[in-house]
Structure formats: C-alpha cells, structure tokens
Write a protein that binds this ligand. Structure first.
Ligand code: PEP
Ligand code: MG
Length: 590
C-alpha cells in the first residue's frame, strides 16, 4: 500500500467508508449551486447567451416530458399531471423576456441572469398571500434547478442516471438520493470532499458494495475528469496516475482478499455462536427490497433494519400504500420465516423528498425528522403503517420507530397502529395481530429513560450513528469534526449499557443496528455490554460472524466491565481492537 507518493503519482488521503479497491477514469461532478459563474459578456457575444437559454429550455422540456412519461407508466396519469405545471413554468413568456433583458442590459452571462431572475421569481411568489401560489414555489424551484443544470451542463442526478462507461465519481458532496441512483455497472467507486463514516451516503456505498472515501477536503477542485485513478476504500487513499509498482502492490492485495473471502464463505451457513456456546442473532441492514437476495447470501438471520426512506426519495410523488405493501411484502416473503424489521419512515436529517414542502432548517438532524415528521404527517404515516401491517400477513414482519425521544411518542404511534389495525379488520384485510413493535434508541433521552420505553415495546434497536452524534454533539456529516466522533467514548458505552440493562430488566431484547455493529473491532465490546442482536450491512456480516465464532463471551464481558471503568475512549478502543485482532488476525490483515 502506498504510504509515500511515487514518482508521477499523486495521493490524496481521506476517510475510508466503504471497503474495496477499484481503478479507472475519474468523473468529477460539478460543484454545488453556490458556484454559479458570473462574468461580463462582450456586446457581440450577447446573442449567443440568449441562444443558450433557449437550448436549455428545450432540453429541460424534453427531460420533464420524459419524467412525466415514466410517472404516467408507473403510477398513472393523475399523478403525472403535476408535471404539466412544470411545463407551464417553462413556457412563461416573462421568463424568456426577463432573462434576455437582463443579459442585454447588464451584459452578463446567461447563468447569472437566470439565477437572479429565478431568485426574484421565487421570492415574489413566496410573499404572495395566496396559499395555492405559495405552494407552487417548490415546482418553480424544481424547474429552475433543472434549467440551471442544463445551462451549466451540470452532472446532476439525471447525469448520474445517464452514465454509460465505468468510472470513479469524484464530488464535493453527494447526497443519499444521488448515491441511491448509482448503477454498480458504471460507478466503480466514489470519493467526496465532505462527509463522514455514518453519513447515509457512506452507508449506501457499503450497502451497494462500492468502494468509497469521504473527507478529501478539496480534492474535487484539484482533479479533472478523465484522469486515471486507483481508489482504496480500506485505507482512504485516492491515487491519481498510479505507478506500475503501486498497481502491482494492489494486485497482490486483491489476490489475498479473494483467498480470505473464500474462507469466509465456509461459515455462511454456520450459526453466529461464540466459542463458549452463546448464540448471537446476526441480522442485516437493507435499503431496498432488492437487497433481500444479499441478506440470504451473506448468512444473516433476517433483516434487523430496513431503511424505508429510499422508497420515498428520487421520485416526484409519494409511494402509495399498495406500492409500499408490494415492497415490504417482497422482502418478507423472500426471507420468511426469518424476521424482517421494517423501520418506519426516517425522513429529514440528510434525506429529503424533493417534492415535499419541507421548510429549510438550521439543524435538520435536530428538526422535523423521523417519528416527529410522521406523527404530524399522519396521512403519510397511515399509508406506511397500513402497508407494513398488510405485509405482516406474508412473513415474519416486525416494525420499529426511529428517533424516539420519550414514551409519549411511542404511545401516539402505537395508538395510530391500533387505529389502522381496526380499519384493516373492518376491510377484511389480513395482518399479523401480534406484530412486534420496537423502538430505536438513538437519542440520549431514550437511552436514559429506556426503562419507561421498555414497558411499551417488544424490543430495542440501538441506532449508534445517531446516538453518538447526539450524545457527543458531533454532526455525523461534518468531516471537520469526524475525528471527534468516538463510538467508544465512555458516555456512549454507558448509554448502551443503560439501554441493554433496561431491556433485560423488562424481559425484552436489545440489538444494535448502527454502524458500530458493522465494525469487527467493536463487536467484543458490544457483546460484552450484553447486546443480543447485531445488524450490519450484508457485505460485512460474514466478517462479523467469523469474529463472533472466535470470541469467548466471558472475555468480552470482562473487556466491557473494564471499559466501563476506563476514562479514555481511546484506551477502550485499543482494548477492544486488541481482543478482536488477537482472536481473528486474518480479518485485519488488509
Ligand atoms: C442509526 O442512527 O444508527 C441508524 C441505524 O439509523 P440511521 O443511520 O438511518 O439514522
Ligand atoms: Mg438513526
């Protein structure tokens, strides 16, 4: 592995977030909206600017008609008609007249003229005292963003859909809705300037098994599309123009990995049982119904976390109850009799719906997110809860609520579930009357008051990604403070222990479905703290099983006991790492 740059090659170091090595040409995505160029244009070049506007409008029109056609085919003409409003915006004569006037009078480029016009247009509409017009603001934004993308030739979600050659994506930032569009045939790997290990973009990369690096700071500004690169998702190195020597070293690494993966294959069918005979439930996290196959192939015992948000994003309208039912039912039926824990919608934070009017928030992770959103948007929640209940007739379905902060939220959500059960009964639609409902423990208040919650649910699943972010006040997306994001912080350990103890005291089980459960070095600690279930991305499940099968629970308990008395998070990390590395050295060779 290259520690020093060799002649001719250039190495960037970021945070490795999804394992694997890939090599290929890079595609640098354009920067965010903030980089709209502004420049003066000579008198004789002004007509060209106006022509560019016309071209962008024609292209945008073509795109919208295509999206409308897809929606029409997928969910019917009624929903597709919302795009008529988008097409009307394009045809608004004020748009062309005003932008052309700005170009001519100020002698500026079309992007800047259009940007000024669009901002004014949106601001004026937002101020009008007419609810209908105000609601059109998001339509206008959607269309103006498309036009701007076409003016800039920007690689937006549309361009990601249109990739036709394998490449490594380099971007300042990628949002989960973009990562979700990645086609593994064409996206060999990706690297971003921003982000951290528990951002949903990174989680998606692991789920898709695409090598990825985040936190490269300014790499996207320094690189240009077409350069040849090698991306190492194990160490976080992005090597531009790798030398023959570097490629040779990586070739050897790849061969060692193949041998190791073959070794892991041997234990797929074996149980996740410790050397001293304690059975651990090992489940998988999924993001899409199609991931059910990966769950079967990785040797997991069902799904510990089905993130349902991806059914909602990257589309113009909400998924219907029937559509959701089909998705949940597909997973439940494929994995039956193994359990599938469906997490109710966790929108907000870093996952948004493009078409839903959600006000901009200063702190989206502390805002209108997850269960808070669902308990207010009850029509959206109703469709999902009914779909989950209906799917429960087709397999071993459980559900859990995200971002629970107090017992009242569980009560409210449970009351809605009861209401929809009554509806379904009346309609004669089957569902599992005893469907088990759990709470995610990912807010410190929930962990501290876990005993109040334990009486109301059948299980807990600790979302360590958020639990760590909220207890340490570390934004999980911010690469500048990523080094402070410390899973082994004594406070985090205490919160996990309190949660596990409260669960056991009330006779329910407690799992972990955050990324901590997918880190082999931390498994001894989690099991030592008494966690009953671990749920991780399918690609990592075999490694976790490999480790569990070499672990003595007694040793893990002793480790956790000492950890709970230790002041330093780093010391705790090192002791868990040491135990893990001692019992399963081959896991860590790479
Ligand atoms: C978590 O917070 O640990 C979790 C599993 O949920 P998400 O990553 O989707 O927020
Ligand atoms: Mg969470």
């Amino acid at each position: 592995m290259p520690e020093h740059a060799k002649a001719g090659e250039q190495t960037f170091k970021g945070i490795p977030v999804s394992p694997g090595v890939c090599r290929g040409r890079i595609l640098v995505l354009d920067k965010k909206e903030s980089s709209i160029p502004k420049y003066d244009v000579a008198e004789e070049d002004l007509p060209e600017q106006a022509q560019r506007l016309e071209k962008a409008l024609i292209e945008t029109r073509r795109e919208i008609i295509e999206v409308q056609r897809q929606v029409n085919e997928g969910v019917g003409a009624e929903n597709a008609s919302i795009f008529d409003a988008h097409l009307l915006v394009l045809e608004d004569p004020i748009l062309i007249d005003e932008v052309t006037r700005l170009i001519a009078s100020r002698k500026i480029n079309v992007e800047w003229a259009f940007h000024e016009f669009a901002e004014k247009y949106v601001a004026t509409l937002s101020r009008i005292d007419d609810e209908y017009l105000r609601e059109r603001v998001s339509d206008i934004r959607d269309v103006t963003e498309r036009i701007m993308n076409n003016l800039l030739g920007r690689s937006d979600a549309g361009a990601l859909r249109k990739l036709h050659e394998p490449c490594i994506i380099i971007a300042e930032e990628l949002v989960p809705s973009q990562t979700a569009l990645f086609d593994k045939k064409f996206v060999l790997g990706f690297a971003t300037d921003s982000g951290s290990k528990t951002s949903h973009t990174a989680i998606m990369a692991r789920s898709l098994q695409i090598p990825a690096i985040v936190g490269l700071k300014t790499a996207s500004q320094q690189l240009k599309s077409g350069d040849y690169a090698l991306l190492d998702g194990y160490t976080g190195h992005l090597v531009i123009n790798p030398t023959e020597q570097t490629l040779f070293e990586y070739g050897q690494l790849a061969r060692r990995q193949v041998t190791f993966h073959e070794k892991l294959r041997d234990i797929l069918e074996q149980p996740a049982v410790t050397l001293d005979g304690v059975r651990v439930v090992l489940s998988a996290n999924i993001e899409q119904p199609g991931d059910a196959a990966a769950v079967k192939n990785c040797g997991a015992e069902g799904v510990g976390l089905f993130r349902t948000e991806y059914l909602f994003i990257n589309r113009g309208i909400l998924p219907t109850e029937d559509e959701q039912y089909a998705a949940y039912q597909q997973v439940a039926a494929a994995l039956k009799p193994q359990p599938v824990i469906i997490r109710t919608l966790d929108l907000g934070g870093d996952k948004f719906l493009s078409h839903l009017q959600v006000p901009n928030e200063m702190n989206p992770f502390l805002g209108w997110r997850a269960i808070r959103f669902c308990l207010q948007e009850t029509q959206i929640f109703r469709a999902q809860l009914r779909a989950i209940l209906r799917a429960s007739a087709e397999g071993n379905v459980k559900m859990m609520y995200p971002m629970i902060s107090c017992a009242a939220e569980v009560d409210q959500a449970n009351a809605l579930v009861e209401e929809y059960k009554t509806e379904l009964r009346k309609e004669g639609i089957p569902f599992d009357e005893n469907i088990e409902i759990g709470a995610m423990i990912e807010i410190p208040s929930a962990a501290i008051a876990a005993d109040t919650l334990a009486k109301k649910v059948k299980f807990f699943s600790i979302g360590t990604n958020d639990l760590i972010q909220y207890s340490l006040a570390i934004d999980r997306l911010n690469e500048r403070i990523a080094h402070l994001y410390e899973p082994t912080h004594p406070a985090v350990l205490r919160l996990i222990k309190m949660t596990v103890d409260a669960a056991h005291k009330h006779g329910i089980w407690c799992g972990v479905c955050g990324e901590m459960a997918g880190d082999p070095e931390l498994i001894p600690l989690l099991l030592g703290l008494g966690v009953d279930e671990l749920s991780a991305t399918p690609a990592i499940v075999p490694q976790i099983k490999f480790l569990i099968r070499r672990l003595k629970l007694q040793e893990a308990k002793a480790l956790a006991e000492t950890a709970l008395q230790t002041d330093s998070g780093l010391e705790i990390l090192v002791s868990s790492q040491t135990l893990a590395r001692n019992i399963a050295p081959s896991l860590f060779e790479k």
